[in-house]
Write a protein of this length. Structure first.
Length: 285
């Protein structure tokens, strides 16, 4: 029986072709097949480096049937490189599904690290890089997009998004409404000729793009929520409900009374003893 092949997750440049790694070039030359998210884009890359290898497409709309084909080839002993449109496969592209499928089939997966637009934008942003959260693309549907933003509005980590130019202004408007007028870095056309990083507030960014239509590829990096403001906001919200209702809110979520009292104490910055006493008063009131 043949030994199984290896799937190589091969990062490619996000603009500047000089960002390809020596290892990526060697593996692209050595594998039996290259699975590419956008074969036209990958052909340009391969031609530039004079690599002549069979290509197959692997993208969102053929990933189920093509995933099976790729796994069959790997099980027969072929080595395959997966490349995305640009950057690192598995980041905002279907690479993640192929990795899962390979792991389920006992196939070795090896990563060749390289450019990622999100990290490139983050390190240029001038915002905190110690703790960050990659949020990928927001939904096209307005309601889903806003729900996504609502869910992360209290996150104190730096937030990173990918966005298409035609959706940028509307996304910024939703961000302004839901996240508030925070500092933002808009990283455009990274590593390319017209690379630009606009560092301003969300409001200023909206004004800018209402005057000049956004063009190119964008990463948005937004400062996290202010910890103190989040805390104050929460306290204001808790002050609107009684201790008794607050405890019952947790109990209705299936949490036992003892744990609910603990949570309420933490939420309100009180001791458990104080919560206990207040809840009795509340009940009697
Ligand atoms: N796998 C890629 C990676 O590692 O970054 C991301 C793929 S995702 C389908 C494409 C999105 O990444 C673009 O819409 C844009 O938001 C961002 N992006 C890719 N290249 C970029 C660049 N050179 N400058 C700014 N953003 C870029």
């Amino acid at each position: 029986m043949n030994e199984k092949g290896t799937l190589y997750l091969c990062a490619t440049p996000i603009g500047n072709l000089e960002d390809i790694t020596l290892r990526a070039l060697r593996i692209l030359r050595e594998v039996d097949l290259i699975a590419a998210e956008d074969t036209r884009q990958t052909i340009k890359l391969l031609n530039h480096f004079e690599i002549n290898k069979p290509l197959t497409s692997y993208y969102e709309h053929n990933k189920v049937e093509k995933g099976k084909y790729i796994v069959e080839q790997l099980l027969q002993g072929k080595d395959i490189a997966l490349v995305s449109d640009a950057g690192t496969p598995g980041i905002s592209d279907p690479g993640e599904d192929l990795v899962k499928l390979c792991i389920q089939n006992g196939i070795t997966v090896s990563a060749l690290p390289g450019p990622v637009a999100a990290i490139t934008g983050l390190i240029l942003s001038g915002l905190s890089t110690g703790r960050f959260c990659f949020e990928g693309f927001l939904a096209v549907n307005k309601r889903n997009r806003r729900e996504h933003l609502e869910a992360i509005k209290n996150d104190t980590r730096t937030l990173i998004f990918y966005e298409a130019p035609h959706k940028l202004t509307n996304t910024l408007k939703d961000m302004l409404q839901i996240l508030g007028n925070r500092n933002i870095a808009i990283a455009r056309e990274l590593t390319k000729k017209f690379e630009e990083v606009i560092r301003c507030t969300i409001e200023e960014a909206i004004q800018k793009f209402e005057q000049n239509m956004p063009k190119g590829e964008f990463v948005l990096i937004i400062e996290g929520a202010n910890k103190q403001q989040v805390e104050e906001e929460k306290q204001r919200e808790w002050a609107e409900i009684s201790i008794y209702d607050h405890i019952n809110m947790y109990i209705s979520q299936g949490i036992d009374r003892k744990e609910a009292l603990k949570k309420v104490a933490k939420d309100r910055g009180l001791s458990k003893r104080e919560v206990y006493a207040l809840q009795l008063e509340n009940k009697e009131a």
